[in-house]
Design a protein around this ligand. Structure first.
Ligand code: ZN
Ligand code: ZN
Length: 123
């Protein structure tokens, strides 16, 4: 009858929906299990992003396999770094909309640079 469901009503810790990410760094010769951060933040990507940014802040480099997309304005000193291309692109588009500046997006995974905004360049 009474269903003593006294476990906390948070999202079920099924464990197979998300895998707690593991981050490795060859330069530090270390490996980190982010399950704690992962649970705290709830959103996996943010845990990894936060970890990567912290790691770089402390060591000057990113862990393995992690790079940031950098959106750098050509007209003013604004720039951001994001792990997700969408986030960098969204920042760039918003910046362009408000300022009409053009913003370079430096890809995380290659040397490619995408330019957003500015006067529409003819092809
Ligand atoms: Zn490292
Ligand atoms: Zn700008």
């Amino acid at each position: 009858m009474s269903d003593t469901n006294d476990t906390d009503g948070g999202p079920s810790a099924g464990g197979d929906e998300f895998d707690a990410p593991t981050v490795t760094c060859e330069r530090c010769d270390r490996e980190w299990d982010l399950s704690t951060e992962f649970e705290d933040l709830g959103v996996g990507n943010h845990a990894v992003e936060q970890f990567a940014l912290d790691h770089r802040r402390h060591t000057g480099h990113f862990p393995d396999g992690i790079g940031t997309w950098r959106a750098v304005c050509r007209n003013c000193p604004e720039e951001v770094q994001r792990l997700a291309s969408d986030a960098a692109t969204r920042w760039a588009e918003t910046h362009v909309r408000h300022t009409r500046h053009s913003v370079e997006i430096h890809h995380a995974t290659s040397d490619e640079v995408t330019v957003v905004g500015g006067d529409s360049e003819s092809e």
